[in-house]
Ligand binder design. Structure first.
Ligand SMILES: [Zn+2]
Length: 324
């Protein structure tokens, strides 16, 4: 990101100078293979379901993930028609390779995509467009810049609103129609809803906080950000269920981070013992690890739980011993 943009959104960086809020988020499976051809990414993946995946097959989001994603925003290629991509008449964009490497590490955005037929679930093959990646990287960057101006009582620059309101035209063709749910705040599916919002975001009287919140909510929908429970213990006395705030995908993580930074929520971590949110002193605990707030730490709760585990392990091995 250039220094001017960083300065403009400075208030969203945390005290360590990062665009990051510690939060309990899920890991997600890395793709098996990603190929780039003419601005189109083909992504081979194995979807995580009951089987737990090898740690080496998991994408581990670091503190700098949102910032690295923002750096993929490139000069607009909004007007490239889908047909030019399909026929291969378009020049490779300089950031295509960078996007391909990013996708190989962290998987696809899984929006405005096409599934390829022929593979057997949980194996999947799908295609995504680098133009869509550049657009959403630009959108997130613009939302931060506009958000910063909104805190100062300004509407945000027309240039930034234009980034949001000019999605690549191919997105119109790719948007999936979903069953309308009339109880949703917007009855359209998230992809169609995004395009509708992008259209209205061009109008000056719509360029306000309500629109920003709608865009952010739709982004949370596109990323399928939702509470997520995993419970791995096979034994009745195994660990408690683990609760995270994102589902298992790249966009889920990015959308949550973006919303936390724009809302200036410093941390989204809950203490294992007392269940209150707190700001971890160093970093977010790893998923699956117990984490404790300062109060509970001072009360010696970490020791209490590790002693309890030790006693249980001992009892179990004693029981196993008597059966022999
Ligand atoms: Zn606590």
């Amino acid at each position: 990101m250039d220094a001017r943009s960083e300065l403009a959104m400075a208030e969203f960086f945390n005290p360590s100078g990062e665009l990051f809020s510690p939060a309990l988020t899920s890991d997600w499976p890395r793709p098996n293979r990603v190929e780039l051809h003419n601005g189109i990414l083909t992504i081979w993946s194995t979807q995580a379901h009951q089987k737990s995946l090898e740690p080496t097959r998991l994408a581990r989001p670091g503190r700098g993930l949102l910032e690295s994603f923002l750096s993929l925003a490139g000069p607009a290629d909004q007007q490239i028609p889908l047909s030019a991509l399909m026929k291969g008449t378009r020049q490779e964009h300089f950031s295509d390779e960078k996007i391909c490497r990013f996708a190989a590490h962290f998987g696809g955005l899984q929006i405005f995509y096409r599934m390829q037929t022929g593979s057997q679930w949980p194996e999947t093959v799908h295609t995504e467009y680098c133009a869509v990646w550049r657009y959403f990287a630009g959108v997130m960057r613009s939302l931060l810049l506009i958000g910063a101006e909104q805190y100062q009582g300004k509407p945000g620059s027309p240039e930034q609103w234009r980034v949001i309101s000019t999605p690549p035209s191919l997105m119109g063709k790719m948007a999936r129609k979903q069953d309308r749910c009339w109880f949703e705040p917007m009855p359209l599916g998230d992809e169609e809803n995004w395009l509708a919002l992008a259209y209205f975001a061009a109008k000056q009287h719509e360029q306000n906080q309500v629109m920003i919140a709608r865009l952010l909510n739709t982004l949370l929908g596109l990323g399928r950000v939702r509470p997520w429970i995993t419970w791995s213990g096979a034994q009745p006395e195994g660990p408690r269920p683990r609760f995270t705030y994102t589902s298992r995908s790249l966009l889920s993580h990015l959308a949550l981070q973006l919303c936390l930074r724009i809302s200036k929520v410093e941390a989204f971590v809950v203490c294992f013992h007392c269940g209150r949110t707190y700001l971890p002193p160093v970093r977010a605990p790893k998923a699956g690890q117990r984490n404790f707030c300062t109060d509970c730490r001072e009360k010696g709760m970490p020791k209490y739980y590790s002693h309890r585990d030790y006693r249980r392990r001992k009892r179990r091995s004693a029981k196993a011993g008597t059966r022999e």
